[in-house]
Ligand binder design. Sequence first.
Ligand SMILES: NC(=O)c1ccc[n+]([C@@H]2O[C@H](COP(=O)([O-])OP(=O)(O)OC[C@H]3O[C@@H](n4cnc5c(N)ncnc54)[C@H](O)[C@@H]3O)[C@@H](O)[C@H]2O)c1
Length: 354
Amino acid sequence: MSDYSIKIAVAGVGNLTSALVQAIYYYTEGHSEELIHPKLGGFSISDIQLVAAFDIDQSKVGKDLSDAIFSAPNNKQKVINIPKLNVMVNKGPTLDGISEYTEEVIKVASEVDANIVEILKQSKAEFLVINTPSGSNQAVETYAQAALDAGVGVINSTPTKLVRNPEWVKKFVAAGLPLLGDDLQSQAGGTIFHKGVLEVLHEQGIKIEDTYQLDVSGGLEGLTTLDYSRRQNKRKVKEDTIKRSIPYDINVAAGTTDYLDFLGSRRIGHYWIKGSGFLGQEVKIDITMITDDGSNGAASLVDAIRAAKIALARGKSGPIINVCAHLFKGPPSYISRTDAINRFSEFITGERDS
Ligand SMILES: NC(=O)c1ccc[n+]([C@@H]2O[C@H](COP(=O)([O-])OP(=O)(O)OC[C@H]3O[C@@H](n4cnc5c(N)ncnc54)[C@H](O)[C@@H]3O)[C@@H](O)[C@H]2O)c1
C-alpha cells in the first residue's frame, strides 16, 4: 500500500459503489491513458482503499464487499475480477432507504443495525461516501451525523441537501471536516452534457426557448425514482442547474421518466432543444445518449475522493466550493461549467484556497 492511501467507507453498495470498487482494481492494472486525471494532487485511483461498507439488503449484508457489489439487484456489468477485500458489508439502519417501488426488490437483512460510529472509527476511514438511493433523506442525515461523531469527512453522491443546508455546513466547519456534494455530476452525464450544448448555442447567439432531457434506465436507482416525490426532488436539482447555464428564462424539463429492467445499468437520455437563430430561423436539436450509469458516476466520484483527501491534507473544512461546483449537480453556489473546471484545477494545484 502506498503512503498516499485514501481510506473510505461507503454507505450503499449499489451500482455506483460497484463501479467505484471495480475502478480501483481496473486502474491498478494500468489503463491510465484512458483518464483525464491519472493523478490528482499526486493521488492515483489505485490509492483509494475501501475500509468499511454499509447496506440494508440481505443479498449484500454479511458478504465480503468483493461479492456484494455483484449481488442482485445490482446489475453493473463486471469489468474485472475483484480479490477478497476482507471488508464485510455491515447492516445499516433502513429508515427511508426503500421506496414504494423498491420494496419488492430490496429485502431487508435480519441482522441488527451495526454501530456506524464505532465501525467508522475502527476502520480508520477518512471519508464516508454516501451512495444510498435518491430520496433517502433520513438515511443520508443519519450517516452524515455518524461521520461527524466519528471524525470522518463526507462525500454525498445523493440529491439530499447537505452542502446546501446551512445547518450541516456549520456542523462540518465546526468539526474541521470536509463535506462534498450534493448529487454527483456524472462524467458523460445528462446534466453536464445538456448544459454544455445549451452554453455553446447561447454563445453562438441562438435564442433558446424550450428544452428537455428525459431518460429511461434499468438500474435500481431508475426504479427508486419512479416514486413521484423522489423523482421530483432529483428533477429539481437537475432543472435548477440547467436553467442557470443560460442567463434568461427558458422552459426546462429534466429527469428520469421510466424504468426498464432489460436496459441493465444503461441509461438512455433523449435531448430536445428548440430555439431560433439569425433571421429568426428555427433551430431544433434531437439527440440520444446511451451511457452506463455506475461507470459514469464513478468517474466523477474518484476525482471527488481524491480532491477530498487534498482538502483534508490542507486542513480545509466544510464545502470545498470549486470541487462541489465541478463534480456535483447541487453545489453550495452556482459557478458556470467552464469556470468550475478551471477553478477545480486551480484548487488541485494549490492556486486556489477552496
Ligand atoms: N451515475 C450515477 O451512478 C449517479 C450519478 C449521480 C448521483 N447518483 C446518486 O448516487 C446514489 C447511488 O446510486 P446507485 O445507482 O448506486 O443506486 P442503487 O439503487 O444501485 O444503490 C443504492 C444502494 O443503497 C442501499 N441502501 C438503501 N437504503 C440504505 C440504507 N439506509 N443504508 C445503507 N444502504 C442502503 C440499497 O440496498 C442499494 O444497495 C443515488 O442517490 C443516486 O442518485 C448516482
